[in-house]
Design a binder for this molecule. Sequence first.
Ligand code: SF4
Ligand code: SF4
Length: 158
Amino acid sequence: MIISIASGKGGTGKTTVALLMALSNPNAAVLDCDVEEPNCHLFLLPTWEEEQPIEIMIPQLNKEKCTGCGRCSEVCLFNAIAVGSNKALLFDELCHSCGGCLLVCPNEAWTESRKEIGKVRQGRAIDVVPGARLISGMLNIGVPNAAPLIKANIYLEL
Ligand code: SF4
Ligand code: SF4
């Protein structure tokens, strides 16, 4: 069974409710999906057993191949590509990894590269709730799009 505790203004007690539920069930696995500022570990005091970096796809430009036609910029719904001086320019913090630019470029000027956006850690709260597991995502500073890390946090548990 999965119980989600979500939404609500900060300070309303989501973490408190989630942790009290974990306290009542030593077989519980707590997923802290507040990846921008996780805090369940401050209460459960887990011993971390595993840490996994999470990466997303980011396009990389081969400037030699780019003719500045602008197709990639037109197809990018997130305005992550501009074209100036007959060359494309990527603003990777705006990229949502859809891969559209790779598909439309007539010169195959884009290739895929990887960018680490954060980590997911797994551990056990040995002292506070013996046996309870904690899975907690931590977004890197400056990364604007938390969704891929939240998904990774959930899928690692499922
Ligand atoms: S579609 Fe390809 S050739 Fe055209 S601007 Fe973008 S990278 Fe350059
Ligand atoms: S992968 Fe998608 S979001 Fe990222 S730059 Fe290319 S078209 Fe834009």
